[in-house]
Design a binder for this molecule. Structure first.
Ligand code: FRU
Length: 491
């Protein structure tokens, strides 16, 4: 096996499957993640893309259309069954988005503490070329009756609540019962916006019904909110251990190899005190005697141990999906990255892929990569997952110059590629279609859906399909159903 001169080899990962209830946790190691830097050109002019083109989302034009004048839109998901098929309902496609009121006097960067889950719908079965440029989505309003999500925090002290990401399960494909899994957030903050006590993140279920007639789509229910999981501090880090802990973004699914059992992946962090260096040689992942290997002491001295992401797994212990038990993390990124967000299980052709989104600014000291999608492949839901593409993990990044500082989406570095924050919160849909939202393009803020792109996924390698859409960019917010709900018959 030949590596890149000057860089260590990636870790060995067998893709072997382990029992879902077991304790094997795969590692996205430093040796793996450093392959991103290894495959980044050091000679591009500043502000260009330094990364391999087949792993990079094409440039989104700066004159992008907006989905809606009244609400900011970011993380978006679809109406799915236990196998992540996307259903239309009664002839309508439906999406669920984090939204924030544009008219309430706060900007896009203040959205997180005002986030509410809203929905949009549009007629199913119309090709993107015959839709309006913005995708033609009709805003339907909010899903949860105002304040209902606060019941989860009864008896606790908080100043503001928010609804963060999750997923929507169609419980029966011949009925209209749906289950929302989302992250119920409560913040206890002073007037300056600082935490008085750590935020509370609770993975929560709420049941409702979808309805549609010839003119519109609407929802009822979502009045009862059941707390499913709070981080235990044993497998998953909690607020007492780290006020900046991440715990959110539930995605449920069934494994065809274990029919009848429901699983959930979610974003978490490795348990333990934030200040305690907890990485090991295994997290570094260097092969024996690799001349390019870092020492554990070097890594710990760099402060990389503040970045301790984990992709969590839980199993439902009742058929109504209202009781869950934690299992060991599927993948950790200790001393590699602090956030592996919106993880999803994507099963295709006998292979199990975990896709997750992450940021350049949450990588640990010494490792680097763009904002975008990272992917891992194995032979079962718990595997010795192999990071895709050169063993790096990178699947779909924003055009980024890794030789130039990251900047931020709200304060871009003028030397950086003006599209380094063009999109985020990607979700991989059936057939490798990927939807996301626009964050910042040439200093213009988005808060709207990005063009859909297509990734060809084949085992440990993937590539952006440049024949899809216009040079690789499909329609804005083109989020098609791949299944028709049986209710179409009643239409
Ligand atoms: C990803 C994310 C999610 C979270 C939401 C909050 O964009 O960080 O992990 O649920 O945004 O706005």
């Amino acid at each position: 096996l030949s590596g890149v001169p000057g860089f260590a080899l990636p870790s060995v990962h067998t893709q072997q499957a382990y029992a879902p209830d077991g304790t094997f946790t795969a590692r996205w190691t430093r040796a793996d993640a450093l392959q991103i830097k290894a495959h980044s050109s050091t000679s591009v002019p500043a502000g260009q893309n330094s990364l391999p083109a087949q792993l990079i989302m094409p440039d989104i034009p700066a004159d992008f259309p907006s989905i809606n004048p009244d609400v900011w839109v970011w993380d978006t998901w679809t109406l799915i069954d236990k196998h992540a098929n996307q259903y239309s309902y009664n002839g309508w496609e439906v999406i669920f988005c984090l939204t924030a009121d544009k008219n309430a006097g706060y900007g896009f960067d203040d959205r997180h503490t005002h986030a509410r889950i809203g929905y949009f719908y549009r007629r199913a079965g119309v090709p993107a070329s015959r839709r309006p440029a913005n995708g033609g989505w009709i805003y339907g309003g909010l899903i949860i009756p105002e304040g209902a999500q606060e019941q989860v925090f009864a008896g606790t002290t908080y100043t503001i609540t928010a609804e963060w990401s999750g997923s929507m399960r169609l419980l029966n494909t011949n009925g209209n019962d749906v289950s929302l899994f989302y992250t119920d957030m409560a913040f206890n903050r002073n007037a300056a916006g600082e935490d008085i006590t750590p935020s509370q993140a609770v993975i929560t279920q709420s049941l409702g019904k979808i309805h549609a007639d010839f003119n519109h789509v609407w929802f009822t229910g979502f009045t009862t909110h059941t707390a499913l999981l709070r981080p235990d501090g044993v497998l998953y880090q909690n607020g007492a251990q780290n006020p900046y802990y991440n715990f959110r973004d539930p995605f449920t699914f069934e494994d065809p190899k274990h029919p009848g059992t429901n699983y959930m992946v979610f974003e978490g962090n490795t348990a333990g005190q934030r200040e305690t260096p907890r990485c090991t040689d295994a997290d570094l992942g260097y092969r024996p005697n690799d001349p390019q290997a870092e020492t554990l002491q070097q890594v710990l001295d760099s402060g990389a141990y503040y970045q301790m992401a984990a992709i969590g797994l839980a199993r439902a212990t009742d058929s109504s999906l209202s009781k869950w038990t934690f299992l060991s993390p599927l993948i950790t990124a200790n001393c590699v990255n602090d956030q592996t967000e919106r993880p999803q299980m994507y099963i295709d052709n006998g292979k199990y892929y975990i896709f997750t989104i992450s940021h350049r600014t949450t990588f640990a000291a010494g490792v680097d990569g763009p904002d975008g999608v990272y992917g891992f492949v194995g032979n079962g839901i718990r595997s010795d997952f192999q990071p895709m593409n050169y063993g790096s993990g990178l699947v779909l990044g924003n055009p980024t110059d890794l030789n130039t500082p990251a900047g931020t989406d709200y304060d871009p570095d003028p030397q950086q590629n003006p599209r380094a924050f063009q999109s985020y919160s990607h979700y991989v849909m059936p057939g490798g279609l990927v939807e996301s939202f626009i964050d910042t393009i040439e200093t213009r803020r988005g808060g709207t859906l990005a063009p859909t792109v297509k990734v060809r996924i084949g085992g440990a390698a993937s590539a952006v399909d440049t024949h899809y859409g216009n040079g690789g960019l499909g329609g804005y917010g083109d989020i098609p159903a791949n299944r028709v709900d049986i209710n179409i018959l009643a239409f």
